[in-house]
Design a protein around this ligand. Structure first.
Ligand code: GLN
Ligand code: ZN
Length: 764
């Protein structure tokens, strides 16, 4: 029989319950015992959903209070000394690594957090020492959660991040030289012990995630697979059977690295259906293929007929007992349930499946293959109807949009003049000092803002009342920036719930949800809008607020937009039209907004593209170049409609540009602000090597943590930056927007930042 499997389930709960509990705990309003009890309640609820859906193989240890990689760091005894010696209990040590800790005499910043492959989920980077050792904790989470499920009557398959991926995704701690992969011999014994314990606890199989297999790997990492999995294989029955799991790409280029006689191999057949052939024919003679056919990364209903055909073609090659039908990846990247969406247009709602519905889908697929389609006829018929309805709906097509796209010309991608001429004209207008200071856009989204927004959404206050409130917030933000003596102001984005959702709600072609939250990092969730059809802008989206802000400000006010690629990447995209087409439609809509802002007297306009990098196809080569080509074009199309004297900024939440610097340079933005505070300033070297002529503001402090950086720390950071950048190129700003912070720490940090900038201004 073909079994169904889910690779991981979202953790937040139907009402973002986990977010609420962790944040209450951090604020001191919930006890640790209550937090852990809530976490347990959620795990049990999520297992039950999957069980009730009829899923055969249900994951455990896919849960995490903050991040699953961080849980491994702690359980493997890979906690850097600055946290382990802080005298914190286990839970607080865990959160200290995730988000920093500045309380009770302990002051540690968080570990670096980066994107999980090309998703919008962030994991905490294993941060390793030259003399790193590993030691399995006495109470491994994987064992505890497996046992917890078992006691609740649910047999689960624990999920682990595999040893090669764990190390490959890690890095040497600051000042350390170790190449993480060299630590493999020390790490594998921890897995041996953990796997043995899981076996003792009753686990028959374990999902061991080695997603790095989809990447282009350095030879050392490649060489790590064989000895690792041979070692584990040598333990035979002492450990559970291993399901070697990959996702988000194809593994054909690394097929030789797949352990030959491993129990099962999982591949993502949503992203790369064509790999089925090669993978199936290279498996060991008994190895099971886990076919990922239900998309873990998007919200569209699975085309069940097609998915069943895929699984059946695997069955033809391998036989029914050697195929599992699975989700393509963890469902972590999808919202909890469609059942919460009471406001979605019924026509559109019929096109979607969220995590809970996908669990049902995968069970149906397995059943159809095992027992024949008749066993699930009704479900298949309903599904075929939905798929057909979407394909032929009027909602997806807009002739006017297509017409405009067909008329784009080469000149629509270029500014009027080159940068030297532009910057001179801009400087004349803006009159900025050396080391100009600015922030990235958002200011703290206070409780009051959320209350008023909720009232407005529920129609408890009028639009006029809400607008008035937003104006007052902008007034306050301007006043605070006056006091801080910043140079280029922002209005603070109080009117925006989220940098993509806000635009999605104002663009035609989008659908938006009320509860479809997806975890981004830690307790932070986003609610990606959904691109359902051709996109256009019915009316200006941000002009009112920016214009007002400029009118009450005596310094330049930056307009603030989310770029086309980021709008696309942080939405759930269509799967029926190429992403480049969707990006171009977004770019045209944003271009009109940029021009309207300029007309309204906004002289500095920032178009954020933090998602540009995560959209990079995971492997280098043709596909990546094609992506960069359309992504850069989309950005340019959206920004170049302005006069030379209007300054275009862009922002990126990272500074690792080495792989695609040519694309960053090709954006032709006058000023780039980038995340840099937790990365090595050396990364800025690429700007020197490439003789990058334009302005750059590498973030001088981390905004993901409430910790306040001292003035000296910031000065040191700027000093480092000046080893790479010319003083006249350098802007001083934080790593990213400040919406997740409190005002107190925000002001304190910005005072220190402005003072540091002034120090250098006096010096140069
Ligand atoms: N302008 C946005 C903000 O400040 C940018 C956020 C981001 O880069 N993620 O919040
Ligand atoms: Zn950012």
């Amino acid at each position: 029989m073909v079994q169904s499997a889910v690779l991981g389930f979202p953790r937040m709960g139907v009402n973002r319950d986990l977010k609420k509990a962790t944040e209450a705990y951090w604020a001191g309003n919930l006890s640790q015992a209550d937090l852990l009890a809530e976490a347990k309640r959620l795990r049990l609820a999520h297992w039950k959903i999957q069980k009730d859906a009829g899923v055969d193989i249900i994951p455990s240890n896919d849960f995490a209070l903050y991040d699953q990689v961080l849980s491994h760091i702690q359980d493997f005894g890979a906690v850097p000394e600055r946290y382990s010696s802080a005298g914190l209990d286990r839970v607080d040590e865990y959160f200290a690594m995730g988000r920093g800790h500045q309380k009770g005499g302990v002051d540690v910043p968080s570990l670096e957090m980066v994107k999980w492959f090309d998703s919008n989920y962030h994991y905490v980077k294993p941060t390793l020492q030259d003399n790193q050792t590993f030691k399995l904790t006495a109470t491994p989470k994987a064992v505890a959660e497996f046992t917890e499920a078992k006691e609740a009557g649910v047999a689960t398959r624990p999920v682990l991040v595999g040893p090669v991926s764990f190390l490959h995704l890690g890095k040497a701690d600051r000042g350390q030289k170790v190449d993480p992969i060299d630590l493999l011999d020390k790490l594998v014994p921890v897995y041996e012990e953990l796997l043995s314990k899981l076996k003792e606890a009753g686990a028959e199989t374990v999902q061991i995630d080695e997603p790095v297999l989809v990447l282009d790997l350095p030879s050392k990492t490649k060489a790590a697979f064989k000895p690792t999995y041979e070692k584990l294989a040598s333990l035979g029955d002492k450990i559970p059977k291993l399901v070697f799991t990959t996702y988000f790409g194809d593994i054909v280029h690394n097929i030789d690295l797949v352990p030959k006689d491993i129990y099962a191999v999982h591949v993502d057949l949503v992203r790369n259906p064509e790999q089925l052939e090669t993978v199936a024919s290279s498996l060991g003679s008994k190895t099971i293929l886990s076919a990922g056919v239900v998309d873990g990364r998007n919200i569209w209903k699975t085309n069940l007929k097609r998915a069943i055909e895929t699984v059946e073609s695997a069955v033809q090659k391998l036989g029914k007992d050697r195929v599992i039908a699975a989700t393509s990846s963890s469902l972590l990247h999808t919202p909890h349930t469609l059942a919460s969406e009471k406001k979605l247009d019924a026509e559109i709602a019929d096109w979607f499946a969220f995590a809970s519905e996908k669990a049902v889908e995968i069970a149906i697929i397995a059943k159809a293959v095992t027992e024949g389609p008749a066993a699930v006829r009704e479900a298949l018929e309903a599904n075929a109807k939905s798929v057909q309805a979407r394909a032929t709906s009027e909602r997806t097509n807009d002739a006017a949009v297509k017409e405009r796209q067909s008329k784009i010309q080469a000149s629509d991608y270029n500014r009027k003049s080159e940068f030297p001429s532009r910057i001179a004209q801009q400087q004349k207008k803006l009159n900025l000092p050396l080391f100009p200071t600015t922030t990235i856009g958002s200011f703290p989204q206070t409780k009051e803002i959320r209350i008023q927004r909720a009232k407005f959404t529920k129609k408890e206050i009028t639009e006029a009342q809400y607008d008035k409130f937003i104006e007052q917030e902008i007034d306050m933000n301007v006043k605070i920036q006056d006091e801080l003596d910043l140079d280029v102001y922002v209005h603070g984005e109080p009117e925006r719930n989220d940098m993509v959702q806000y635009f999605g709600e104002r663009l035609k072609g989008y659908a938006f949800t009320t509860h479809a939250w997806v975890q981004s990092y830690g307790s932070r969730c986003v609610r990606p809008p959904i691109i359902v059809g051709d996109i256009s802008r019915p009316a200006p989206m941000t002009v009112k607020e920016s214009k007002y802000a400029a009118s009450v400000s005596k310094k330049p006010m930056k307009g603030m937009l989310t770029g086309p690629v980021t709008c696309l990447r942080w939405s759930f995209p269509r799967d029926d039209v190429h992403q480049s087409v969707q990006a171009e439609q977004l770019a045209l809509a944003l271009r009109d907004e940029v021009v309207d802002l300029e007309k309204a007297g906004i002289d500095v306009i920032q178009v954020d593209e933090p998602a540009l990098r995560e959209g990079l196809p995971l492997r280098s080569g043709k596909e990546r170049e094609a992506y960069l080509d359309w992504a850069v074009k989309a950005f340019r199309l959206s920004t170049v409609g302005v006069e030379d004297s209007t300054q275009i900024h862009s922002h990126f939440c990272y500074s690792e540009f080495q792989d695609f610097f040519h694309a960053i340079a090709a954006l032709d933005a006058d000023v780039l602000s980038i995340e840099n505070s937790k990365s090595d300033a050396k990364l800025l070297g690429v700007f020197v090597e490439e003789a990058y002529p334009r302005h750059i503001g590498p973030g001088v402090y981390d905004i993901h943590s409430p910790r306040v950086p001292s003035e000296q720390e910031i000065k040191d950071r700027i000093e480092e930056m000046l080893q790479y950048l010319k003083p006249e190129q350098l802007w001083i700003d934080p790593d990213c927007g400040l919406k997740t912070r409190q005002w107190k720490e925000t002001k304190e940090a910005l005072v220190n930042m402005v003072n540091a900038a002034k120090y250098f201004r006096a010096k140069y």
